[in-house]
Design a protein around this ligand. Structure first.
Ligand SMILES: [Zn+2]
Length: 178
């Protein structure tokens, strides 16, 4: 499954922000949130104020993935509409760095990434693709993912969580076999 490249990119950033900047667990270990992690997602230095804005945004994106995981599409749409309104997403054609004209979504309020993530998620809802947003099924993990696999088969945030779960299931079966 491929959305257009802009949607792929911003929905990927939405998941990365949730995973970097919301507390919880990753593969059985607690997640510690700090500005360094915001910088790692965006691939550039992030100041304290921007890190705080991004952390706030991540906290609002997480429920979108949780609702999608629960199959609560109406709730997903409601949350995304609220994000679009709060970040005042505005479409704008832009041309830079030798690229052709393309559509950007800017935020008239809050972090730039608010409008971008909200718009990307809106495209996912519009494409009846909220099943592509999920939360890791591994024990001790609550990180999120965007499933871009051809057959929509993804259930884990990472290879590590997939493998850990496989090994645990294998051991459980081995124990159950007399
Ligand atoms: Zn996981």
């Amino acid at each position: 499954m491929n959305f257009d490249s802009y949607t792929d990119r911003v929905v990927g950033v939405a998941a990365a922000l949730v995973n970097a900047l919301t507390p919880g667990e990753h593969g059985g270990r607690p997640v510690r949130v700090d500005a360094e992690r915001a910088a790692a997602v965006l691939g550039r230095p992030v100041g304290a104020a921007e890190a705080a804005d991004l952390t706030r945004l991540a906290g609002r994106l997480r429920p979108v993935f949780l609702a999608a995981e629960d199959g609560a599409t109406d709730r997903v749409a409601e949350l995304v509409n609220t994000l679009l309104a709060d970040y005042r997403s505005e479409p704008r054609l832009s041309r830079h760095d030798g690229e052709p004209w393309h559509l950007h979504f800017t935020s008239a309020a809050g972090t730039e990434w608010g409008a971008a993530c909200a718009t990307g998620l809106a495209v996912v809802v519009d494409g009846q693709a909220t099943g592509r947003l999920g939360v890791c099924r591994a024990d001790g993990c609550d990180r999120v993912y965007v499933d871009v696999s051809r057959n929509a088969s993804r259930r884990f945030c990472s290879e590590a969580c997939l493998n850990r779960t496989k090994v645990a299931a294998f051991r459980a079966r081995a124990r159950a076999t007399p």
